[in-house]
Design a protein. Structure first.
Length: 479
């Protein structure tokens, strides 16, 4: 074995060297350099082999700084069997005052590599007890906190394996926290270059927690009210495919929008490129017979007298609303003071009863009696056969009561005439009979038009048990 000398331990440039540049040697124990070294280099002109021990650079004096030039181990493929280098390089301090260790270690493997690790650790008993292990098997292990104050971390994975895996036992704190308060035109988080996707995903968020507590799985929050140019979420789809898909498999709302907008729109839809498509396509294929609304619009504040439930503006020549099947139904409609508002449509039946002002008819055969109300206009029709006037007063007027809606005020002489009246087995002077409503009453009077004016029919004009009446016409309802 060659002899080594330590020359000039206290000099400015101490050297540890072999007698000749071509000598090699083997040291079975540790190579220890201790004390105060200001500068200089430990030079090995030949190969150095350390068997079973560490190469140790140690400072044993409290408060003493040790400056060591760069230590380079090269040609490691020739230093051990199968091109592997096994061992450790330690920068160690025993100073309880913790002057700190500032070291730079570079591991470069240009071949296929072995089973080596690059290990950064500290045994200081204070707050810093952490370890970073970078392994050539593709794993990065952090036993404690890791802080990168400058620079960046770059992970390149050329194999079909996970490049970065984070397993956390956190319960009430962040698993990953990115603070980027200085970003202006840059991006705090960016995923690009995913250009080989087929059935995979760029991002996948999944939770299998059974907790019933209220929570949000993914939240995007612009927390500054002054940032009026910020859009919270933008989805751009360049392909002829859906840009957003929501699959709600539970009995809950698939989409809820809670807007605090006042003068702005709650939701804006822009379909300027439409040709044969639909701006909004809402459909249901449920076979349930239960009552429901496919679209439900509710303006539920009664004081909002200026609010319109649905407003449709059509600048083209086609219809503003087109119904293909079904119709328009008014349920619990209330009268509107707007003369341009259609506020009611109703169809139904009514029960006509002949009446003398005191007594009802004894009997009759009602063949039909229906009505249709559009707004305030009421159309009625009736066919009543075999009117029996038994028990009614002969000289009393003939009324028909049971109108489906109360008539409006008819003005002078209450003349609100309901159309045509055809009657059989009824005595008249001219044969011309009409029905006239009575203001604010749900009955009307049968009137005969004579050559000298009009005269009301009386009960004795009706042939009891044989008289037939067929009436149809319109009148204006009070509301």
């Amino acid at each position: 074995m060659a002899n080594y000398e330590l020359i000039g331990l206290n000099e400015a440039g101490p050297d540890l060297r072999a007698p000749t540049a071509s000598d090699t040697g083997t040291v079975a124990g540790d190579i220890n350099i201790t004390g105060t070294l200001a500068s200089g280099a430990a030079t090995f002109a030949g190969d150095v082999t350390v068997n079973g021990n560490d190469l140790l650079v140690e400072a044993t004096n409290a408060g003493t700084n040790l400056t060591v030039p760069t230590l380079t181990l090269s040609d490691l493929d020739a230093a051990a069997v199968s091109g592997q280098f096994t061992g450790a390089i330690h920068f160690k301090t025993a100073d309880t005052g913790n002057p700190g260790v500032n070291a730079s270690i570079v591991a470069e493997v240009t071949g296929s590599g072995g089973g080596a690790q690059l290990n950064f650790s500290t045994g200081f008993a204070g707050a810093l007890v952490e370890t970073l292990v970078l392994s050539d098997t593709g794993n990065a292990t952090f036993a404690g906190d890791v802080t990168l104050s400058e620079g960046a971390v770059s992970i390149t994975d050329t194999a079909n394996e996970t490049a970065l895996a984070v397993t956390s036992s956190a319960t009430s704190t962040y698993v990953t926290n990115i603070t980027a308060g200085a970003v202006t035109t840059g991006q705090a988080l960016r995923v690009v270059g995913v250009d080989a996707l087929t059935t995979g995903k760029i991002a996948h968020f999944r939770s299998n927690s059974s907790s019933t507590s209220t929570r949000t799985l993914v939240q995007v929050h612009n927390d500054n009210t002054a940032a009026t140019g910020a859009t919270a979420l933008t989805v751009t789809q360049d392909a002829a495919q859906r840009a957003l898909f929501i699959d709600q498999n539970g009995n809950g709302s698939a989409l809820v929008i809670d807007s605090a907008a006042t003068t702005a729109n709650g939701v804006d839809w822009d379909f300027d490129s439409l040709t044969t498509g639909h701006g909004l396509d809402i459909r249901s294929d449920s076979s349930s017979t239960s009552s429901r609304a496919i679209i439900n619009v509710i303006q539920e504040n009664a004081a909002a007298s200026g609010a319109v439930g649905i407003s449709v503006r059509q600048d083209g020549a086609d219809a503003a609303i087109e119904l293909n099947g079904g119709g328009i139904k008014f349920t619990n409609a209330t009268a509107s003071g707007d003369v341009n508002t259609l506020d009611d449509y109703e169809e139904g039946t009514w029960t006509p009863v002949f009446w003398d002002g005191t007594n009802d008819q004894t009997g009759s055969s009602v063949q039909s009696a229906t009505y249709t109300k559009i707004g305030r206009v009421v159309y009625i029709e009736m066919c009543v056969l075999n009117v029996d006037t038994t028990g009614m007063t002969a000289g009393s007027p003939v009324y028909i009561k049971g109108l489906p809606f109360t008539p409006a005020s008819a003005g002078v002489n209450d003349k609100n005439v309901i159309g045509a009246v055809q009657c059989d087995n009824v005595t008249t002077d001219s044969g011309s009979v009409f029905l006239r409503t009575i203001t604010s009453q749900t009955y009307a009077r049968l009137i005969e038009q004579t050559t000298t004016g009009e005269a009301g029919l009386i009960i004795s004009d009706i042939t009891s048990g044989n008289a037939d009446f067929r009436i149809n016409g319109f009148y204006i309802a009070a509301n």
